[in-house]
Design a protein around this ligand. Structure first.
Ligand SMILES: [Zn+2]
Length: 57
């Protein structure tokens, strides 16, 4: 696989998927998701709970 990875230490882009060839640091996904969809649904769930409480009163 020619997936680009990015070193978390020196921010070097590399094709290595285990460690950075420059500094030996860990490499990771160059574009990590800023928020998880799970969190989004969690918000909706919390809202739904609030609504349910109001209705149960
Ligand atoms: Zn590095």
């Amino acid at each position: 696989m020619n997936q680009l990875h990015k070193c978390v230490k020196c921010s070097t882009y590399t094709l290595e998927d285990k460690e950075c060839p420059k500094c030996g640091g860990k490499v990771g996904d160059p574009t990590p998701p800023k928020y998880s969809p799970e969190d989004k649904y969690g918000k909706y769930r919390r809202k739904a709970k609030k609504k349910a409480r109001i209705h149960s009163k």
